[in-house]
Design a protein around this ligand. Structure first.
Ligand code: MLT
Length: 411
């Protein structure tokens, strides 16, 4: 009989969002009359920008004609999309990349998980607490940790608390870390990192020979011009950082699937014998073997995000979500709730009232207001007592959710 990967049995519960989905489904079955508002999973609700849709359609039509048909594309992505990203995303930030440093994929979630393939198991990994659960769980799955303790911390992983006291910005790890995950604007807390904060991390990584995994999936929500969008805006990051980007939240691609990972030529890691190898080459090899690329129409649609019309429409949708964030933040704030995030980020991180635990608040909010959010403790032990609300809903839902929460006074 085949043997399983026992590491999977170390995982404490189901993945957070399916677990929430199960609870909401059970509630909806028992209360079919309830009009449930979902501000839980960060899934977009607005349709694709028209210019993007048009490019998508045109590329599908290309597949129907012999002379414009496309079969397998390059595993690393089509040059037309890679060049667009170099010119439209990075050049305006003063960042110079070459085409071999960008890898198009079907999701930042998959990339942050799959990247572990090319790194040795005995690397020490540091990650935030609370954190996007994928970073934690994929390290457990691959066998980098021991069992979880009663709080939910896995032995062998280094957790960096993100608390109210430190403005949800992790302190430098106190133990040696080979790989450090950073996510800004942050999921789940909505915290953002200034240039000084990012410089501190880049300098630390260079001094200690650590590798930064910088998840910038929410960078499009930054409105403050002083806040960097890319880790490569910080000198030296091209020698120590990988950057994960996504079209999901930027342009409504959660169901379409397109993302990219940047691995500059200068980012190295060592072999068992101490020889330095560019990570870029290894990732290229990994992708060529395990991935057949993102479909041609999807990459055409992604490139259209950066056409003048596409970008204007994309910005309008982002502004729509950010107005939701403003409505939720100011409405709940006025009603006396303590709410963080939601300014340069699409997530709001509220303190649960009356010292309720995150899951107690989840249950009360669902039963009393028919509103779904995400319990902070689902992102890690330090998320206990907090609750995440997403700004990706419809405007009417955001307004209605706030008014229901304010009216309900039985916390
Ligand atoms: C979330 O709600 O945290 C995100 O939707 C998860 C993701 O992007 O995978």
């Amino acid at each position: 009989m085949a043997r399983i990967n026992d590491n999977y049995l170390k995982l404490k519960a189901g993945y957070l969002f399916p677990e929430i989905g199960r609870r909401v489904k059970a509630f909806a079955q028992e209360h079919p009359e309830a009009k449930i508002i979902r501000l839980g999973i960060g899934d977009v609700t607005q349709p694709l920008p028209p210019a993007v849709l048009e490019a998508f359609h045109a590329a599908v039509d290309d597949l129907g004609r012999k002379e414009t048909f496309h079969g397998y594309g390059p595993e690393q992505g089509y040059p037309f999309l890679i060049e667009t990203l170099i010119e439209k995303v990075y050049k305006p930030l003063g960042v110079t990349l070459n085409g071999g440093e960008i890898f198009i994929s079907d999701g930042a979630k998959c990339d942050t998980a799959n990247i572990l393939d090319i790194l040795a198991l005995d690397n020490r990994v540091a990650l935030g607490d609370p954190v996007y659960p994928v970073y934690n769980d994929t390290n457990v799955m691959i066998g980098r940790s021991g069992e979880a303790d009663e709080k939910g911390y896995y032995q062998g992983l280094i957790y960096m608390p993100c608390l109210e006291e430190n403005g949800f910005l992790p302190d430098l790890p106190s133990e040696r870390a080979d790989i450090i995950y950073l996510c800004f604007p942050n999921n789940p807390t909505g915290a953002v990192a200034s240039r000084e904060v990012l410089k501190k991390w880049v300098d630390f990584a260079l001094q200690t020979d650590a590798l930064l995994f910088f998840d910038a999936a929410y960078e499009a929500y930054i409105t403050d011009p002083a806040i960097p969008h890319s880790i490569y805006e910080i000198p030296g990051a091209e020698h120590c950082a990988l950057e994960f980007r996504s079209f999901s939240k930027t342009a409504g691609f959660t169901g379409v699937r397109c993302a990219f990972t940047v691995i500059p030529d200068g980012v190295m890691a060592r072999t068992a014998k101490g020889e330095k190898i560019p990570l870029n080459k290894l990732w290229n090899r990994r992708q060529s073997t395990k991935f057949n690329g993102v479909s041609y129409p999807v990459q055409r649609a992604a490139a259209a995000v950066y056409s003048p019309e596409g970008w204007k429409q994309t910005r309008e949708i982002i502004a729509y979500y950010m107005e939701n964030a403003r409505i939720i933040r100011s409405g709940l704030g006025k009603a006396g709730f303590t709410v963080y995030g939601g300014v340069n980020a699409p997530y709001l991180w509220m303190k649960t009232p009356a010292n309720l635990s995150s899951w107690e608040f989840f249950d009360k909010l669902l039963a009393g207001c028919h509103v779904v959010g995400t319990p902070g403790s689902g992102f890690g032990p330090s998320g206990e007592g907090f609750f995440r609300l997403s700004a990706f809903g419809d405007r009417a839902d955001a307004e209605e959710a706030v008014s229901r929460i304010i009216k309900y006074n039985k916390w």
